[in-house]
Design a protein. Structure first.
Length: 125
């Protein structure tokens, strides 16, 4: 296993990783170092508290990223969902032309039956 040396907030740490993960670990170490330097910028913090605040800063960034991703997914899903049709609104089914065509055929048959019934009623009188 490769042995890596990471400098976090001015202190050298030795860490092992899986083969091939060296660049990724170096990137993560750089991110943690930047957060630790930001957290310890005010001075007077112990190493433990500096790393604690660095972890909290990174967790805050992660939470914000997750929130933005969730909002983007929700907005995308809202755009993809068709508006719910109103009851009795045949035109609300514009996206489903087959359903609209069947409804029109049913209406046409009912009108024809009504017209035939009226003709038969008128002829019988």
């Amino acid at each position: 296993m490769p042995d890596m040396r990471l400098t976090i907030a001015g202190r050298l740490y030795s860490v092992t990783c899986q083969p091939g993960e060296e660049q990724h670990l170096a990137r993560l170490g750089a991110m943690l170092d930047a957060a630790a330097r930001k957290a310890g910028a005010t001075g007077g913090l112990t190493e433990t508290r500096t790393l604690l605040f660095a972890g909290l800063l990174l967790a805050d960034e992660l939470a914000e990223t997750q929130d933005r991703a969730a909002e983007a997914l929700a907005a995308k899903a809202a755009q993809a969902e068709p508006a719910a049709p109103q009851q009795g609104d045949l035109l609300a089914h514009d996206n489903d032309t087959e359903l609209a065509a069947r409804a029109i055929e049913k209406l046409a048959k009912r009108i024809e039956n009504l017209a035939a019934g009226l003709e038969n009623h008128g002829a019988a009188s």
